[in-house]
Design a protein around this ligand. Structure first.
Ligand code: FES
Length: 165
């Protein structure tokens, strides 16, 4: 963790403890996750109890306390997507990246997660890479999409972390 970078983010928000959530968002945007040392540093600099910082970091699902890949692949398994083949999309992404849901590729390129609903059920099945939505998605297109984000068959042969299925 680069303390200077964390200090830069805190300074940008004028060391304002009411901006804690925004600061955590910015730190996560920098590292793709919230390293424990970063949380300790933020708590110290903002004079906020560490337990409060961890409380916020664990409360919001968008924050990750585990290392994540540069690209977050979310596949919807909500009812509307499930009946339209969402599971096949997830299985295809897992096979191509050679990881399970909740895992990150060894090169930290990709993390795959399943989600319950992305709020665009009419587009199902839906996969989201970072903030880009791919709807009415046939499994055959998954690999082409992942290649767009830098996937090659050699860069994800081993997973590093299992978070959840
Ligand atoms: S069920 Fe997939 S977007 Fe709603």
């Amino acid at each position: 963790m680069d303390e200077d970078k964390i200090d830069e983010i805190i300074g940008y928000h004028r060391t304002d403890k009411s901006k804690l959530i925004t600061i955590l968002q910015d730190v996560q945007a920098e590292y793709n996750w919230l390293p424990p040392d970063a949380l300790k540093h933020i708590a110290k600099r903002l004079h906020v109890p560490l337990i409060d910082v961890f409380g916020i970091a664990t409360f919001y699902k968008s924050f990750s306390l585990e290392p994540r890949g540069r690209h977050l692949v979310r596949v919807c398994l909500g009812t509307a997507c499930h009946v339209r083949g969402g599971l096949r999309i997830l299985e295809t992404a897992k096979r191509i990246l050679d990881i399970k849901a909740g895992e990150t590729t060894a090169d930290f390129g990709f993390t795959v997660e399943s989600v319950n609903c992305l709020g665009c059920c009419a587009l199902g099945p839906v996969m989201v890479v970072d903030d880009e939505y791919y709807g009415n998605l046939p499994p055959a297109k998954v690999e082409r999409i992942l290649r767009k984000y830098g996937h090659t068959s050699s860069n994800s042969s081993t997973s590093i972390k299992e978070k959840k299925t």
